[in-house]
Ligand binder design. Sequence first.
Ligand code: K7E
Ligand code: CUA
Length: 630
Amino acid sequence: MTALAIIITAVSLVGCGKSSTNQADRTANALASYVAPGEKDEYYLFYSGGHSGQVFVAGIPSLRHISTIPVFAPYPGTGYGFDEESKKMLGNFTWGDVHHPGLSQTNSKYDGRWLFVNDNANNRIARIDLKDFKTHQILGPIRNSVGNHGSSFITENSEYILCATRFSVPLPKGRVADPNDYEKEFNGMVSGIKVDPQTGEMKVGWQILTPPFDWDLGSTGKGPSSGWAFWTSYNTEMAHDTLEVNATQKDRDLCAIVNWRAAEKAVADGKAEMMDGVPIIDPAKVPGVLYFVPIGKSPHGMDVDPTGKWVVAGGKLQPATTVLNFEKVQAAINNKTFEGEFRGIPILKYEAVVEGEVPVGLGPLHTQYDGKGNAYTSMFIDSCIVKWKLPPWSDAEKKDLTKAVLDKVPAHFSTGHLVVAGSDTAHPYGKWCVAMNKLSAGRHINVGPAQPESSQLIDISGDKMKMIAESYTEPEPHFAQILKVTDVQPTEVYPKDENKDPNAVWEKAQSGVTRNGNQVDAKLMAIRSRYNPDRIDAQVGDELTVHVTNVEQTRDMIHGFGLIEHNINMVIDPGETKTFRIKLTKPGVFPFYCTNFCSALHQEMQGYLVVWEPGEGPSSAGGGGSTAQK
Ligand code: K7E
Ligand code: CUA
């Protein structure tokens, strides 16, 4: 995208036309996205936060930002990354690059259980539980996988999250080879991340070794393509420098067609070899797992339609989308209609599997579907959304596929991804499309050089698309998922009897500070608006562990725990217990206080951590004085 961005900035204002500003349209559009005070949005929009490492939650149709789910980056707003549990999930990383959120599915329908997101930068994948909209697992860095961009693509029953690498390196990771030996020494990888059907717990199932192409966007099959997955690639030139030029030489790059059920079976049949603890399939030795198809030119998105028959690739540098017919793909595989092979992988004959190239315009990236036979493609260069008709096409349309292009709506920005509600399932909700744009073109109030990204809401319920509203976000949404609000019932309070934390305290008598050698353990209760106890005595050199239980069982009665000059801010939701651990290195009296507004006396919710010099202070702090604890 970056190189492309440079090429394209100059022409990005070409656009597809002007949006209407007449009074009747303004009123109708305003009403369409207006959610009156006290009313609620109909859909969630979960959009990736790119290099913010977060996920943003907005409402549709209002496009209002409602909350932020921290995933790969600490977020003081919810205390994420300060307590032991979330610190452990983050490991030593303080950022991630979130690209493609994927909702869990059952029978190719969103089941409202989990949202998975990938981290391109540190090769991880995270699971957000939709019971509480929080990150519960971060898997990775995934072994033998570098640049986890081509994910998170969820299979029809959430059996797997499928991922492909954007970057190739010498494998296993840690091995060093000269980039001049790229073709020989470097490899990419497709990974099958197994998801536990009950808990959602992820683990690396298997991997498929690939040539060092840069795998790009992908999608999973359904219906006739059930059990398959697809990725585009760029850099089939296998260049290792100046990719902007050297990786755009060929008119067609090879996309990958992966039979993931065959991969799973090959591993079960013992056909994999271990690399760094992961079963690796060499597709040259295990026929039937991987096929290639040439796709023009420098393709990006690759999206399976809701029937599972049509697989559409957007060619960034070709003014058309390419439509593959999966039934023809299947026939070509069965009849060995190949036009060659690359490193033992058959290349399917282009003409045998392509249904058509639809001349949608300049810079097609991603395609979404409404389930009514229409496709919607984001146009990075033309800065618009194009609606077009999926096959089957009439003879007249086949002869001139411009006839399959039904409508264009200007986005005024360089559109990256777009999302149609439920497009990647067999049952799209349709109705709304959100375009996620890059390069803001100055259409917002001036906020200086750090420019926001924009989202635009498009009504796709009629024959013609209607641009309804525009809003702005933090950097940098890539893809998003839309979920019907009624399809999920998140908890607002953790029930007391479901809190299994052994350090939880629910009444005064259980709370207190105990010492064991130089380990000081404080169990605090937080309740409107005080901590119990509100004094912790310890000494320099102690290791202090603080557990705070928020005993409230009332919605939005959230308490914080900010500790002065110790870089600690926990935020504890109703019914939750959180823990932090620190080494005390400096003497002094350090107030702690509630960081989350909780009542008229919120400001009074405070206490002291007294850190004595060794040997000083009350006996509970290891000193000679009498106990100070209440
Ligand atoms: Cu097109 Cu990462 Cu999905 Cu950005 S990628 S636009
Ligand atoms: Cu508790 Cu503010």
